[in-house]
Design a protein around this ligand. Sequence first.
Ligand code: PLP
Length: 325
Amino acid sequence: MNWTPNRNEKKPIYKQIAEYIEGEISLGNYSPNSVLPSERELAKRLSVNRSTIVAAYDELQSIGLVDRVKGSGTKVSGDIWGLLNKRIPNWNKYVEDGSFLPNFPIVQRLRQQTQENDIINLVSGELSSDLFPAEKLQQIITSVSFREHLGYDHPQGNEFLRSTIALHVKKYKNIDTSPSSILITSGAQQALHLIVQGLLKPGDSVAIEDPSYCYSLPLFHSAGLKIYHLPVDEKGIDPEDLIDVLRKHRIRMVFVNPDYQNPTGTVLSENRRKYLLELSAKFGIPIIEDDPYSLTAYNGKVNPTLKSMDSNGNVEVFLFFSEYF
Ligand SMILES: Cc1ncc(COP(=O)(O)O)c(C=O)c1O
C-alpha cells in the first residue's frame, strides 16, 4: 500500500482511510470475504492512531461494506457484489456535502450531556416541566371538540391560531398586526432558515450580537453569510458599534434578541432601542427581532419591543408561542 492520508486536507483522516478502502474494494483489490489488515497493523502502516482505523472501519461497516467479528478482525462483506450492484447511497457523504453545517461540536456535546445526565440545560430557554400547567392543558383538550381536518391547513398556518396570536401581541406587546402578516413556523430555527434562504444570499453580510444564541450561528454559517459581531454589554448591543461596522461593510440585516438576551440575559436599554431603530430607518437595514422572552420578567414589566416602536416597517419579529404563550 503506497497510499497515505493527506494531513493537510480538511477531511478527517479516518474518512480519507474509509474512502480509500472503499475505492480498493470497488476496484476488486480487496475481494468479498477477504480479511482486511488488522487495526493495529494498518495503524502502524499509515502512521495513525489505532482509534482512527477503528473509526474508518466503523464507517465502512455502517454502509455495509465490511463485517467486523470480535476476535477474527474485519472482513470485506461477502455480499459485496450484490451490494456494489445495488450501490447503497453513502448517506454520511451526502450529509457532509449538504450546505447545512452541523452544530458546533461543543454544542453537540452539551446537548448529549443534558440528555444523558441529570443536568439542567441552560443553552436554550426551556420551561421546567413542573411549571407546565399540565392539568389546565388537559382540561382544554377535553373541553374543546376537535373539529380540524387533518389535511393541509393554510400555508401560513391555522387561521384561528393566527387571529389569536394577532390579538395576543396587540394585548401584551402593543404590536399592531393582522393574521395575514403572521406565519407559523416550527420553532425559531425554521423561521431563521426561511429568512436567510428567502431574503439573503451567500456572501451577504449580517450583524449579530456577540455572544449570541448558539443554535442560530450554524444556520447563518450554513447559508454562507458573512457575520459581523456587535459586542453585548450590560445594556445590550451598542448602536455605535453598528455604525462602525456599517462604515466598512454593506450590512443587509441585523439580528437582535433585545429582552433577556441569550446567553447574557441583558436587556437592550430603551435609548439604544430608539437609536437602533433610527439607524435602521436611516440606512434602510431590516432588523430581525428574536423575542422569546419579553413576557417572562419576574416583575411582570414588559419592555416595548422593537416591533412595537417601529413606525417604518423595518422590524420583523419572531416570537415563540409554543413555549411562552
Ligand atoms: C434567543 C432564542 N431564540 C429562539 C429560541 C427558540 O428556538 P427554537 O424555537 O428553534 O427552539 C430560543 C430558545 O432557547 C432562544 O434562546
